[in-house]
Design a protein around this ligand. Structure first.
Ligand code: NAX
Length: 336
């Protein structure tokens, strides 16, 4: 059999952690033939709860799970990890200034960057989930200069999957037949969910989502520009309103999708959205973690190039890019 891979989940005693660790232990993230050793990190106030999660992992008797490390020691948590899913962070509490939340997360991601750099396995792949996800990932990249920059990413796959789900619901087609939506930019309400290149696999071949909408199937083209975009942008808030808790199972599942496609590859003709270090493709700002359409092969992602960008898209891609540049400046102001 294969050697086990070590997967770190930070914030593992939290809501997303609780949904995510059993998925990893069942092979949803790395494949059903890939044994794993789970490393779970949380902070001392959550140590007892974290140990409870470890007890349940033992009780579930997952055949692929070859070991569990549950710790509040960052160095121990990072030791030899091949994949790191960073879910732990400081949440925004009511009445808190944006700058204060940023300062807390900058300090967490700065120190966890150093721990990963010193202790993780070479070529460790990092996915940042905790908000502000793009900027936390950027700080992690800046303070772990020996980790290749292409190994540091953030999660926008949940937004991508939400867009697929909305198209499926509204056009009344199977979600597995919808592909190639794009989330551009920041994982925040400024993100731009783009359906211009999305298609649906139908009995009479592949059809563009815009074309199907044009024939009056549930969503009108105008709504694709307005309502659809805001529904995807505001979906996180709608979940909180309904559940009185933020998205957890969908976030965990999307984190598995992100890593699985990155490691095992995207299907031919399909791209996914990932927050990656921008090289300035599509004239968006370079030097921030920006969500792009990517294809993956042999453990590496590549930005899909050459897609035509219309005027509305251009504006929205620039606006979310400007927000990221602004967040970067705020994060840097917290360092000094
Ligand atoms: P929870 O508050 O349930 O869990 C967070 C856990 O992190 C807690 O157990 C906490 O003790 C731990 N933690 C705090 N500081 C830590 C540190 N320095 N090291 C290790 N662990 C630490 O939040 P949950 O609902 O699980 O959400 C986790 C994060 O995901 C939040 O930042 C949230 O905003 C973010 N999200 C990001 C999404 C995305 O698509 N990128 C979507 C879902 C989610 O909202």
């Amino acid at each position: 059999g294969k050697e086990p891979l070590r997967v770190l989940v930070t914030g593992a005693a939290g809501q997303i952690g609780y949904a995510l660790v059993p998925m990893i232990a069942r092979g949803v993230m790395l494949g059903t033939d890939q044994p794993v050793i789970l490393h779970m990190l949380d902070i001392p106030p959550a140590a007892e709860a974290l140990n409870g999660v470890k007890m349940e992992l033992v009780d579930a008797a997952f055949p692929l799970l070859k070991g569990v490390v549950a710790t509040t020691d960052v160095a121990e948590a990072c030791k030899g990890v091949n994949v790191a899913v960073m879910v732990g962070g400081f949440p925004r509490k009511e009445g808190m200034e944006r700058k204060d939340v940023m300062a807390k997360n900058v300090s967490i991601y700065k120190s966890q960057a150093s721990a990963l750099e010193q202790h993780a396995a070479p070529n460790c792949k990092v996915l940042v989930v905790a908000n502000p996800a793009n900027t936390n990932a950027l700080i992690l990249k800046e303070f772990a200069p020996s980790i290749p920059q292409q190994n540091i990413t953030c999660l926008t796959r949940l937004d991508h999957n939400r867009a697929l789900g909305q198209i499926s619901e509204r056009l009344n087609v199977q979600v597995s037949d919808v592909k190639n939506v794009i989330i551009w930019g920041n994982h925040s309400s400024s993100q731009y969910p783009d359906v211009n290149h999305a298609t649906v696999n139908t009995e009479s071949g592949e059809k563009s989502v815009r074309e199907l909408a044009l024939f009056g199937l549930c969503i009108m083209p105008g709504r694709l520009n307005g309502e659809f975009i805001s529904i995807v942008q505001q979906r996180g808030a709608a979940i909180i309103k309904a559940r009185k808790l933020s998205s957890a199972l969908s976030a965990a599942s999307s984190a598995c999708d992100h890593i699985r496609d990155w490691v095992l590859g995207t299907p031919e003709g399909t791209w996914v959205s990932m927050g990656v270090y921008s090289d300035g493709s599509y004239n968006v700002p370079a030097g921030v973690i920006y969500s792009f359409p990517v294809t993956c092969k042999d453990g590496e992602w590549k930005i899909v190039q050459g897609l035509p960008i219309d005027e509305l898209s251009r504006q929205k891609m620039d606006a979310t890019g400007a927000e990221l540049v602004d967040e970067k400046a705020l994060a840097y102001s917290c360092l000094s």
